[in-house]
Design a protein around this ligand. Sequence first.
Ligand code: SF4
Length: 361
Amino acid sequence: MQQIDLSPIIEPLLAWYEQNHRPLPWRDSPTPYHVWLSEIMLQQTRIEAVIPYYERFLSACPTVEALACVDDEQLMKLWEGLGYYSRARNLKKAAQRIMEQHKGELPASYEALLALPGIGPYTAGAISSIAFGLPEPAVDGNVLRVVTRLTADESDIMKDTTKRRVTASLRAMYPQAMNKAANLTQALMELGEQVCIPNGGPHCESCPLGATCMARARNLTDRIPVRTPKKERAIQPRTIFLLMHGDKVALRKRGDKGLLSGLWEFIGREGWCELPEAQAWLKEQGAHSSRLIAAPDATHIFTHIEWRMKGYFVLCDDAPSELLGQTLVWVTRKELHDMYALPTAFRAYVRALDDFSPREA
Ligand code: SF4
């Protein structure tokens, strides 16, 4: 399918955006750093959930320089709950690179932005246009949905060829005027989030592009966008052991590679253990427990896998410093909340610990 001239959408879309955009903290002062941080946080996370994280992060790291120097543990704590922690690590790496190679300022060039860790075509396009006013589109799932509907394009939006074609069509019509490029990027995003929505049907009756939309004219809005079905997630059963000694609980650090790398976690193992097996396994590992008490089951969904977890409170007679060849740290519940970043996957067990009293059990 060929590129389609999208220029007729510019003026109605910009006029609509002027009247309808939501006030968001990063829109108040769209510096390159603010746009970058917000766009990275918004990947995979809803706007409402991002706002408090964004504000807290900026108080702790108000500049690229502060981000480049932030302590790793503090960085993980600031990101705790947002998931996809490699995003935070890449932010810091990119900030260090910006300090070394760009005198502390994000570069005003799409290609130079793309060369920074964690910045892909979408984020480079967003920073280029919103912060620097360059004629570069930012094409994510929202924008793909809007454009394929506008053009009644039934190609699979999961394919790179579709994404490249949509990007090329948008780039060809992007205005050179700084303010227009910035607003057009945000207008396309806003339309995809507010009007041309994915589930429950788009609000075509209130869409500023309704008169030119080919999917609407051909009654195809429920068929477009077309996407290949996602692969089913693999289910992984796990058992979580909340090792407790006095008022402390044991944590260990995950390895440097793979899922949730470098983050703190409760002791756990693959597979579901019933109580006798759990007791025997812990003893084998050198954790002597006076009692095991069932904790609630929990589920956590990652992109490609799903953890189904069974848990135990383990009241230990002593506090071993090692288990399974790994160092344990013993922390109070307050330290657990204030100092250690645990992935959201364990949130149900942090809550279970808050509600648990060994004396009442
Ligand atoms: S008219 Fe409907 S389908 Fe077309 S862009 Fe607007 S909201 Fe989306």
